[in-house]
Design a protein around this ligand. Structure first.
Ligand SMILES: [Zn+2]
Length: 198
């Protein structure tokens, strides 16, 4: 035990479910039980607005489940999440609503012997990064989820079609003048009230 990575549902380990009903301050998820009892899977129901993430425009909270299970030497954290966000069209900067459904899975090194294996044992998850993801075997839920969500965002979201052919909104709006395309037609002069043949 502890040498191979466990599958999605280790036999004999009934998942422990925790729900987190809109607990704003409870950004910290206690994973100690998973760390001290390898094979035991913890399941958290999560719902967060990622309030510290000012660059993200969430239309709905990020919701889903987050799971943690330890092999003894590796802590595996997985999540299945969804959210609706507002982005900007890369061509016409029109607001664009995008549904995100994504999965996360990450491995983290564990040091020490789980307490269920040795009387004076104490396993601890290790994470050497400038912005810590863990504190005393607790996971900073929002930091973790934010990482996964940012990876899901399209780099150049477009409100239609693609880069071939005109962006319908860009062609209709004054913002068309902002498109840095050579040979563009400046449509702003054709807009009502822009002054033309009077
Ligand atoms: Zn557009």
């Amino acid at each position: 035990m502890g040498r191979t990575r466990t599958g999605p549902r280790p036999l004999g380990a009934a998942p422990t479910r925790y729900s987190q009903p809109a607990m704003r301050r409870s950004d910290l998820l206690d994973l100690n039980e998973a760390l001290q009892f390898p094979g035991k899977r913890l399941v958290f129901e999560v719902e967060t607005r990622l309030e510290s993430e000012e660059d993200l425009d969430l239309l709905t909270p990020v919701t889903g489940t987050l799971e943690a299970v330890s092999t003894g030497s590796v802590l595996v954290i997985g999540a299945s999440l969804s959210a609706r966000v507002v982005l900007e069209c890369a061509r016409c900067i029109a607001p664009l609503e995008v549904d995100l459904d994504f999965e996360m899975e990450d491995d983290f090194q564990v040091e020490g012997v789980p307490s269920s294996w040795a009387r004076d044992g104490q396993a601890k998850v290790v994470f050497d990064e400038p912005e810590p993801l863990f504190h005393n075997n607790h996971l900073f839920r929002d930091r973790y989820i934010r990482q996964g969500l940012l990876l899901q965002l399209p780099l150049q979201p477009l409100c239609s079609g693609g880069w071939d052919g005109p962006c319908p909104r860009a062609a209709d709006s004054p913002a068309a003048g902002m498109e840095p395309l050579p040979g563009k037609i400046d449509l702003r002069g054709l807009l009502p009230g822009a002054g033309g043949d009077s």
